[in-house]
Design a binder for this molecule. Structure first.
Ligand code: GLV
Ligand code: GLV
Length: 316
């Protein structure tokens, strides 16, 4: 009997073809949405590998129901959706997709920063709605990016890649990170100092016990009234109720977010009523080539893991 790999969302055939000969593949056939939890639970008992999306919570109960599970491979660099303590206790390895998505995610970070600063989404809507009547002296004016101060919270590979882009915009870069790094072109700052000095605050931090709610009312209160907050890390690091109030009351100027506490962002979320709020549907790593590389990494990890070989990109 071939070991079974359960895949929680439809992936292109080319991503899984190499696995078909040695393994039984069971895949949730919907490309638009991941398998519901009950569906995963039906199969997890037999699965040797779980190839999962970041939208799927792989918790202790799931590990307990999976006596044959050897590896969980996450189609993402972040892995806050997986209970690593439970994985370790059950002797299951977990892998992610670092590095291949670094530049793509830095591109999106910069795109969202620029879009937020220069109100691109709001401006684009006026073209479609007919609100664009004429050129106006102060219509749709935004914040300059060139020469501004960028504060990056969560300085890893993606942050470094953003720094390289910031050079071209003559930005001063500050960063705050759990551990200080020896970086050229970016200066370490305590969180409060970074918030007070930055024109753009870019969140790239993962979601952990330490970072949950890290940007709340107090922190938003420290930011400049002309500042933009950009989040391309993980939802839950920014308190969305506090953000709504800050945007509504002019505490900060605008926000651009690719990640949210609840994804998809519920349509009744009050943030969506604000003109100075730009939302993207978690597309940080969504470069076509990049997504194929990420899938290839997962497929390789699963194959090596199930063969008992050394596995790259293990997070535990
Ligand atoms: C996407 O958010 C990822 O973690 O890769
Ligand atoms: C992700 O790979 C990061 O280190 O920022």
């Amino acid at each position: 009997m071939k070991p079974m790999i359960y895949i929680t969302q439809r992936l292109p055939e080319e991503a899984i073809a190499s696995l078909r000969e040695s393994y039984e593949i069971r895949m949730w056939e919907d490309e638009m949405e991941a398998a519901p939890r009950e569906e995963i639970m039906k199969h997890i008992g037999e699965a040797a590998a779980l190839w999962t999306m970041l939208s799927v919570k792989v918790d202790r109960e799931m590990f307990e129901a999976a006596p044959n599970l050897k590896i969980v491979s996450n189609l993402a660099v972040g892995f806050n959706n997986i209970d690593l303590d439970a994985a370790r206790e059950h002797g299951v390895m977990v892998t992610n997709t670092p590095e291949v998505l670094t530049e793509t995610t830095a591109d999106l970070s910069f795109a969202l920063l620029l879009a937020t600063a220069r109100r691109l989404v709001e401006a684009e809507r006026t073209v479609h709605s007919g609100e664009w009547k004429s050129w106006t002296p102060l219509g749709l004016t935004g914040q300059d990016v060139y020469g501004a101060t960028l504060g990056i919270i969560g300085m890893g590979r993606i942050g470094e890649a953003v720094c390289r882009r910031a050079v071209g915009f003559s930005m001063d870069v500050l960063y705050h990170n759990r551990t200080r790094r020896n970086l050229e072109g970016a200066t370490y700052a305590e969180l409060d100092e970074l918030l007070e000095k930055s024109d753009f605050v870019l969140m790239l931090a993962p979601l952990t016990d330490e970072t949950r709610g890290m940007i709340g009312e107090r922190e938003l209160g420290l930011m400049k009234e002309t500042a933009c907050l950009i989040n391309v890390g993980r939802g839950g690091t920014v308190d969305e109720d506090a953000l709504y109030r800050a945007l509504k009351e002019g505490g900060i100027w605008a926000a651009g977010m690719d990640v949210f506490e609840t994804e998809p962002l519920p349509l009744d979320n009050p943030l969506l009523t604000l003109p100075n709020f730009t939302a993207l549907p978690h597309i940080g790593s969504a470069g076509e080539k990049t997504r194929h590389k990420m899938m290839a990494m997962n497929a390789e990890a699963i194959d090596e893991g199930l063969k008992g070989n050394q596995v790259k990109n293990r997070v535990c």
